[in-house]
Each structure stands twice: as C-alpha cells, then as structure tokens.
Design a protein around this ligand. Structure first.
Ligand code: 2DT
Length: 212
C-alpha cells in the first residue's frame, strides 16, 4: 500500500446503527492510513459546522421541530454542499473516510415511514462510495453498549426499524463486518478491506454517482 498522489483517493463510507462503533473504527483507520503516509481525511455527516448542519443539530438535540420531509432534505443538502469539495479532494489523491452518508439518510427517514424512492431521489448525483463498510450489530447488542445519549432516534424500537431499512440498501459496494467482535478484530478486518479498495482506486477505478 503506497502513497501515490497521482492517482485518486478512495471514498470509503461507514454505516451502521448508533453504537455500532463507526466513530471509533473511522478514527483508528485514519490513524493507520496516515501512518502509512497516505493523504487521508476523516469526514462525517451530518457535518454540523455549516449553517444547514446547525439546523440539523438543533433538530437532533430536540431544540427544534421539523417536518420529516424537511429534515430529510436538509440532511441531503448537507451532503450536496460538500459534494464539490469531496470531488476535488478525491481527484487530488486524498482518501476520505466518511462516518455516515446517504444510506443513513434513507434508512432513518424510511424508518419514520417516508417513501423509499422519494427518500433516494435527492441523493441522486452525489458521489458513489467506492466502499461501504457496514458495521453489523443487532439493535439489542448496540443498546447494551453503554446506552444511548439523549438525541432523537437513539431508542431501541426506532433502531430496530432502521436496521431493517438499511438491509434494503445493501448493494455490491457493501462489505458487512460483524461489529459484535472485539474492537481489535473489527479493526483488523476493516484495515484489510479498505487497503484493497484504496489500491483499486489508485489503479484507476472510475468515480461514479449515486444511485446507479
Ligand atoms: P451522529 O450521531 O452520527 O452524528 O448521527 N441521520 C444521519 C439521518 O437521519 N439522516 C442522515 O442523512 C444522516 C447522515 C443518524 C446523527 C443522527 O442523524 C441521523 C443519527
């Protein structure tokens, strides 16, 4: 695995239920790739630093109420406002490790009862990940892990619905990793899978768009 700035970076997305370990694994992976001399950045959605992101954050912390369709479109807008930067970074050779993306957008909104195709539509044209690492854990096991915080959606019954809807989104870019294993074992598997994909991108794998 060598750092080569003449080839593009990989877009690697992590998905999974709350408490599945996404944030820890993303952090460990980024440190590992940096150690190998790669150009790599850790991103997350929602990106709460933008003005759209601040509206999302207020909603998630129950400081504001929004119609389900409205918040869905804000999450999508929050990805669109980062799209061109994402393309620039990838083309410049930077690998992006992204904690949640369009799959969270669709899984969470459809879990509330919104229509599947309606939810996918605003995501069409965003950059398709080269790899989606799905950290697989049952909602019950996830809930046992130190419990949830106070944010909207952090409830067992709702997480069960999200898990069902995530399954409908699985495609050939997904790799499912058993997230019930010890953190170190998960980390090892993640490193192997991601390394292979970075190499494929360096060899010229073409960037594509959602949802094709
Ligand atoms: P974090 O705790 O990871 O910040 O999650 N969500 C996220 C959506 O409903 N739609 C989306 O498009 C995205 C990216 C998942 C914030 C919460 O927001 C949910 C959990």
């Amino acid at each position: 695995l060598s750092a080569n700035n003449e080839s593009r970076g990989a877009l690697v997305v992590f998905e999974g239920l709350d408490r599945s370990g996404k944030t820890s694994q993303c952090g460990r992976l980024v440190s590992y790739l940096e150690g190998l001399g790669h150009s790599v950045e850790l991103w997350r959605f929602p990106d709460r630093t933008t003005s759209v992101g601040q509206m999302i954050s207020a909603y998630l912390t129950n400081k504001s109420q929004l119609d389900d369709h409205t918040i869905h479109l804000l999450f999508s807008a929050n990805r669109w406002e980062k799209r061109s930067m994402m393309e620039t970074k990838l083309k410049a050779g930077t690998t992006l490790i992204v904690d949640r993306y369009s799959y969270s957008g669709v899984a969470f909104s459809t879990a509330k009862g919104l229509d599947f195709e309606w939810c996918k539509a605003p995501e069409i044209g965003l950059i398709a990940p080269d790899l989606v690492v799905y950290l697989d854990i049952t909602p019950e096991k996830a809930a046992e892990r130190g419990g949830y915080g106070g944010e909207r959606y952090e409830q067992l019954e709702f997480q069960r619905k999200v898990a069902q809807h995530y399954k409908l989104l699985k495609d050939s870019s997904w790799k499912i990793v058993d997230a019930c294993q010890p953190l170190d074992d998960v980390e090892k598997q993640v490193k192997e899978i991601v390394s292979q994909h970075i190499i494929a991108c360096q060899k010229g794998k073409i960037l594509s768009s959602l949802w094709s």
